[in-house]
Structures are given as structure tokens and as C-alpha cells.
Design a protein around this ligand. Structure first.
Ligand code: EPS
Length: 353
């Protein structure tokens, strides 16, 4: 049994879409809890005026009846309210009506640090917008909705996940100088029993899976688990977490993962975000229409999205842990998953953190 997520949607298109397969039947979902996470993602400091237009809310189209999962594919939508301002420029079909709206003029000035140039080269686009719309971090709203569902599933197994900012650039100063900043966030997961992930194959390692999940978020350039890079500078005698008589650790430098397997301690994963690449004082680029040097495209954007990243990191870590739980405990009905989890933790004598 495996949990999978497919998303679709352009930043200024009609909507973001997500399909989740592999959830058990009988999981109770709370619409308000999903919407609360969508709101948390939008509220971060340093966001663009776009966030005053969007009021993200989840709509469930399939897989749910009266608030309980059916064990069938779950389909959800988060609409882009801004789409009505881009109705011509981002029309899925050849557009009709006023041809002077937003997004009608082709973008030919790729922004350094964005997917603009490589995206147009790779897909043969002439308008950079054809690449930037999907590369946009708007897509993270769909990840957060899926993450909220994953958190509801994990809560049934006594697992919780929380994201937080651990380091952030000075947004006020950057805004005044029409610049952008990045930062570092972390996601911590409590209640994960020993045995999620496996050393048996590199793509089954929990640390590799969490790193891929976090790196899959726009603008993330670095990931560490536990003390991560700092461990490289320590002696082995200082770096490892000793095992007490109760099989618990006296420290958690490994961030809850050894040999690619969870060890029962808190999972700690950090992600570093680069400063956002859409700059109000643009960097040097080339006009793809003329081949001549030019300044990069300027378009409304965020000064920082680090607060939002903390919420997204929480979501993707929750989703990956939910996938591990589906693989480990199986079950078509939520009661069977809970029973399999209970039987496993009893066998290994793990009583939780
Ligand atoms: C983004 C640019 C901005 C952000 C957007 C991500 O959008 P716009 O160009 O419409 O102002 O606000 O993020 C969201 C819309 C969101 O909901 O997170 C980008 O280029 O990645």
C-alpha cells in the first residue's frame, strides 16, 4: 500500500488541483483544519500583495463522503481567485474578448535564479510565462492541503509534525532596498516509532526521502537532518547519540534517523531557502526576442517566503511520513492501520516519546 500525490495547476490559471491515492477508508477529515493550514501558508511576513487577493480554501471533489474518506482517490481543488484578472492571459483555451489583460504580453527577459531560461529552452517555449507559471511557488498551496490530510492520518497514529522558522533575513531592510531575502526552516516530527524508512535500498532511506521532499519545494537549496553539516566537524565520540538502558537516546544529534531508519527520537529536518529571484531591481539578463543584453523581467512578487516555507516544509515532511506509515502498516480501513501500528509498537516495546 502506498500513498501518492499528483498536483497540477499554474499560478494564475483557474485552480490548483491535487489527487491523493492510497489513503485508507474511514479517516475523518476536518475542512477547517485544512483551510487553517492554507491560511497559515498565506499569512507569512514578506508576502506579495497577491496574498490579499487569494483566500485559499479547499474544495473536495472525490473520495470523501460526510467528512470521511472512502478509500478511493481523493481529489481536491484550491481555486486561484487572481485568475479572473488573468482571464485572457491564462485562458486554457484560445482566448476570446479583451486581448490587453494581464499575461497577454509575452515575457522574453528570463530572471536569474528562476526556471525561466532553462524552462523555455527545455520545453521550446517562446513566452517565458509558459515556464514560470508552473515553476511558481503558488503550487505549494496544493502541497499544504495534501499535508494537512497527511497530518490528520498521522494523528491517528500519535504522530505530529510542526514547522518553524529558525533563521530569516531582514524583510524590512530588504523591502526598503527593493531586494529579497531567504532563510532556514525546520520541520520536527514527534511520535514516529523506530522503523520508518529502510537501509535496504538508497531510495528507501528516510533521510533521502525527506531530503527529496524538502528539495522539491521551490527555492530550497540545502537540507540537513539533525545536526547535519555540523556533524562533519565533530569527532565520532562527540557526534553520536548514546543508547540508554531503556533503548532511548540521551541526545538527538542524528535528528531521529540512523542508517536511513527512524530510531524513535524526534525527527528533525531543516531546509535552507535562497533569496527569491524575482527582483524589483533586476539582475542582468538577455532579451530572448532580440538576443541583446537586457535587465531581467520584473513582476509583482514576495520579499521573503520563509514563513510560508515553514508551513510547506511541515506539509511535505508530514506527507512523506504518512507514505512511510502506509507502506509499513498497510490496511484498507483506518481501524486496521491503527491496529497494525499498535501491534508493531507493542512488539518492539516502544512507548512513544
Ligand atoms: C511567486 C510569485 C508571487 C507569489 C507566488 C509565488 O505571485 P504573483 O506573481 O502572482 O504576485 O505570491 O505565491 C503565491 C501566489 C502563493 O500563493 O504562494 C513565484 O514567482 O514563485
Amino acid at each position: 500500500m502506498t500513498l501518492e500525490l499528483t498536483t497540477a495547476g499554474e499560478s494564475h490559471g483557474p485552480a490548483l488541483v491535487a489527487i491523493l491515492t492510497g489513503l485508507p477508508a474511514g479517516l475523518t477529515l476536518d475542512r477547517e483544519a485544512i483551510d487553517a493550514d492554507l491560511r497559515r501558508r498565506q499569512e507569512g511576513y514578506g508576502r506579495s500583495p497577491r496574498q490579499r487577493i487569494e483566500q485559499d480554501r479547499v474544495e473536495l471533489l472525490a473520495g470523501l463522503r460526510h467528512g470521511r474518506t472512502l478509500g478511493t482517490p481523493l481529489a481536491l481543488v484550491v481555486r486561484n481567485r487572481d485568475h479572473e484578472n488573468w482571464a485572457w492571459g491564462m485562458s486554457p483555451w484560445p482566448p476570446e474578448g479583451d486581448p490587453h489583460g494581464k499575461g497577454t504580453k509575452p515575457v522574453t527577459l528570463p530572471r536569474p535564479g528562476h526556471a525561466d531560461l532553462a524552462g523555455t529552452q527545455k520545453y521550446g517555449h517562446e513566452d517565458v510565462r509558459d515556464a514560470l507559471e508552473r515553476a511558481s511557488a503558488r503550487q505549494t498551496a496544493a502541497l499544504v492541503a495534501a499535508g494537512a490530510i497527511a497530518k490528520a492520518f498521522l494523528a491517528e497514529l500519535g504522530i505530529s509534525v510542526a514547522g518553524a522558522v529558525v533563521e530569516a533575513g531582514d524583510v524590512d531592510a530588504a523591502r526598503a532596498e527593493r531586494d529579497t531575502v531567504g532563510g532556514v526552516v525546520e520541520a520536527r516530527a514527534d511520535g514516529v516509532p523506530p522503523g520508518f524508512g529502510s537501509y535496504a535500498a538508497r531510495d528507501q532511506r528516510l533521510d533521502a526521502r525527506l531530503a527529496a521532499a524538502l528539495m522539491g519545494i521551490q527555492a530550497v537549496k540545502g537540507v540537513e537532518i539533525g545536526d547535519g553539516f555540523a556533524l562533519a566537524r565533530l569527532r565520532g565520540s562527540q557526534a553520536h547519540d548514546e543508547i540508554g538502558p531503556d533503548l532511548r537516546r540521551t541526545s538527538n544529534r542524528a535528528g531521529g534517523i540512523e542508517g536511513g531508519v527512524s530510531n524513535g527520537e524526534e525527527i528533525v529536518a531543516r531546509a535552507a531557502m535562497k533569496p527569491l529571484p524575482t527582483l524589483m531591481r533586476p539582475l542582468a539578463s538577455v532579451d530572448l526576442a532580440t538576443g541583446k543584453p537586457a535587465q531581467a523581467h520584473v513582476e509583482r512578487s514576495d520579499v521573503s517566503a520563509v514563513d510560508a516555507l515553514a508551513v510547506v516544509a511541515e506539509a511535505v515532511v508530514a506527507f512523506e511520513l504518512a507514505r512511510c506509515a502506509r507502506e509499513k502498516f498497510g490496511g484498507d480501513a483506518m481501524v486496521d492501520v491503527v491496529a497494525a501500528h499498535r501491534s508493531y509498537v507493542e512488539r518492539i516495546g516502544w512507548s512513544g516519546r
